[in-house]
Write a protein that binds this ligand. Structure first.
Ligand SMILES: Cc1cc2nc3c(=O)[nH]c(=O)nc-3n(C[C@H](O)[C@H](O)[C@H](O)COP(=O)(O)OP(=O)(O)OC[C@H]3O[C@@H](n4cnc5c(N)ncnc54)[C@H](O)[C@@H]3O)c2cc1C
Length: 622
């Protein structure tokens, strides 16, 4: 067997590259296998990164020392903050990446990393000695040895491309699917199921009539994913709509839609339905938003967000030409759906390791998620843990109160899925705490202790935190006196209520109608950094809500600290046989994990908590 790696990563998509960088940055020798070097960090769907939930993941990956945020900041065509006018929990950045430049930037970063060996080779077999993975065999017949293996094969495993009544073997963007590895995974007794996702047609930019379409420009007043000021001269995206003609065309052809023909599994991402699915679900709705978005500065293909379909080509032509601005559009790639093998996440530990195959980790779309962001987040956790396991160290697990990453992983490894999981802000009841602006405060220290975040990033986070705490402390101390002039300004200019006794700057800022910079009028010396200002405003305006949330978070952490191991659930009186069966199957990591089981019946959690407390009390006495 050739060479001796710590970690072998199979797949250089968004999960695989993040995993490889994490393990390599922590010091592991990594072999990164990919079917085709042009598939590195490929964006087969919309090259958009971020948005509510997904943007939160990107910020958290950056705070934990991951790389996707930096690579997107180096390759975006446009960046905007979504939900600016709404509450801080749902504000999120969204970037339209240049998919060609993004691929090249990631490939170059991999090639330059001293601990990563990149190899174009299709993995065909996972080598397992019955106790532990030992290596990977590739299509050339060569085998490579290692201590841990990470599978990040996306939508390639037994991939099938569906357009109309045609269903043929194929990977994303017509790359070759991989079959042999799928067989090897099944031979290891790992449960496989079929999922699908789809993408819209791509249009030749010179055939789009942009006249009359609403342009959506990039934002320059925000900060990028890594805290930089956005560049000027960003590309525009454009907004148009379907109309009654579009909807009628789809209705007239639903019988030849793969959804009706049945040549596709029904399990696609609910959050990102095809236009066919939208017409089936909302037959009376004619107006659906369509975003026309550039994909790269290096070519003139445009993405039609909102027209995801795998209808036959002639129907796709009719649909596209019925939409304003696309009357003469030329389709350069037809929309398609892809069906692929995925594993049920309940077979995984929170470290992303398979419970049944020690040393084997999986991350990304193969685990039943959809999205570059979800894939990268899992890749980071899998990479960290493969490194730790290769060096005989304890696994790294995040609590649900720490991040959307932990919420996603908990959901994946706890509840079986029959559709790809997408992270949205509603994925966590702690979303007011898990904001995009405080990702560093929540996570960077953890990553610094792991050796994933460098001194400079850690120092900047701790300095910012000290600055904010010092400023908030000062604002509680300093008071505005109820002089005639001050009250006139508060009431007439800031449209806020007067006050009878000296009031702290902190109290004034907690009022909705007063902004931080307004306090300069009363002689307050404000900090200038817009990110620090945002953090100060959120902390003071939402303090009451955050205090209430803290209690819920403490209870969740309390349950997460109840580590289970091989727990005898039979000893718990009052549990239903179904729950008993599910608990024995899941072998949960903690009571916290049990608390999010969808099959749990009311009252059963407290039975488990009480039993846990009793058993740990008894074990302490004995
Ligand atoms: C048609 C389509 C539509 C999509 N629509 C959406 C959407 O609407 N919204 C959304 O959020 N996401 C969507 N996605 C998903 C998004 O592309 C994926 O979530 C993301 O790419 C997953 O990243 P990954 O790293 O898990 O897998 P991928 O990016 O697919 O990377 C897999 C990697 O594994 C490699 N590989 C596979 N098998 C082997 C092997 N045997 N040996 C060596 N290398 C191997 C491949 O070469 C590739 O590098 C879509 C994807 C497709 C294909």
């Amino acid at each position: 067997m050739k060479n001796n790696y710590d970690v072998i990563v199979v797949g250089a998509g968004h999960a695989g590259t993040e995993a490889a960088f994490a393990a390599a940055n922590m010091g592991s020798k990594v072999l990164l296998l990919v079917t085709n070097l042009s598939c590195i960090a490929m964006m087969p769907c919309n090259p958009s990164v971020g948005g509510p939930g997904k943007g939160h993941l990107i910020r958290e990956i950056h705070a934990l020392g991951g790389v996707i945020a930096k690579h997107v900041d180096e390759s975006y065509l446009q960046i905007r903050e979504l939900n600016e006018s709404r509450g801080p929990a749902v504000r999120a950045l969204r970037a339209q990446a240049d998919k060609v430049l993004y691929h090249l930037i990631v490939k170059k970063a991999i090639e330059e990393h001293e601990n990563i060996t990149l190899l174009q080779a299709e993995a065909t077999d996972i080598l397992y000695n019955g106790h532990q993975v030992t290596g990977v065999k590739v299509i050339t017949g060569l085998s490579y040895s290692c201590k841990t293996v990470i599978l990040a094969t996306g939508t390639f495993l037994n991939g099938k491309i569906i357009i109309g009544d045609q269903k043929n073997p194929g990977g994303p963007s017509n790359e070759s699917p991989t079959h042999l590895l799928a067989d090897s995974i099944q031979k290891l007794g790992i449960k496989i199921h079929r999922l699908q996702t789809a993408t819209p047609p791509r249009i030749d930019g010179k055939t789009i009539n942009f006249e009359g379409l609403r342009a959506l420009e990039g934002h320059e007043h925000i900060q990028t994913f890594t805290g930089l000021s956005p560049r000027a001269n960003q590309r525009n995206c454009y907004l148009t709509y379907t109309n009654d003609k579009t909807i009628q065309i789809i209705k007239d052809n639903l019988d030849i839609s793969p959804l009706k023909l049945g040549n596709i599994t029904q399990h696609g991402p609910k959050h990102c339905p095809s236009i066919d699915r939208k017409v089936i679900n909302f037959p009376d709705k004619d107006l659906h938003q369509i975003f026309i978005e550039p994909e790269s500065d290096f070519h003139n293909e445009w993405y039609l967000q909102g027209v995801t379909t795998s209808m036959p080509p002639h129907v796709q032509e009719l649909i596209v030409h019925s939409i304003e601005g696309l009357e003469n559009a030329r389709i350069v790639r037809y929309g398609y759906a892809i069906e692929y093998d995925a594993i049920q996440g309940t077979q995984l530990k929170k470290s992303m390791e398979l419970k049944s195959v020690p040393g084997l980790y999986t991350c990304g779309q193969i685990n039943g998620t959809s999205g570059y962001e979800e894939a990268a987040a899992q890749g980071l956790i899998a990479g960290i843990n493969a490194h730790l396991a290769s060096h005989k160290k304890d696994p790294f697990v995040l609590k649900r109160t720490s991040s959307f990453i932990a919420n996603m992983i908990d959901e994946l490894v706890t509840n079986e899925r029959n559709e790809p999981l997408r992270v949205t802000t509603s994925s966590s009841e702690f979303r007011l705490h898990l904001r995009t602006d405080n990702a560093e405060e929540r996570l960077t220290k953890i990553a610094y202790d792991l050796g994933l975040v460098k001194q400079a990033q850690y120092d900047q986070t701790t300095n910012n935190h000290k600055l904010i705490q010092k400023e908030i402390e000062a604002m509680h101390q300093q008071k505005v006196r109820p002089t005639k002039e001050n009250l006139a300004h508060i009431v007439n200019v800031l449209k806020s209520d007067g006050f009878k006794k000296p009031t702290s700057f902190a109290e004034l800022l907690s009022r909705n109608e007063i902004n931080y910079k307004d306090l300069e009028h009363f002689g307050h010396t404000c900090v200038e950094d817009p990110l620090l200002i945002r953090k100060i405003e959120i902390q003071l305006k939402y303090q009451n809500f955050l205090d209430k949330l803290k209690k819920k978070m403490d209870y969740s952490d309390h349950l997460d600290d109840m580590i289970l191991g091989d727990y005898n659930y039979e000893s718990i009186q009052g549990l239903s046989s179904e729950t008993l069966n599910e608990l024995n199957k899941l072998q949960a990591y903690s009571v916290g994990q049990i608390s999010i089981m969808k099959t749990l019946k009311p009252g059963e959690l407290s039975l488990i908590v009480n039993s846990y407390k009793k058993s740990s009390a008894t074990s302490h006495c004995s």
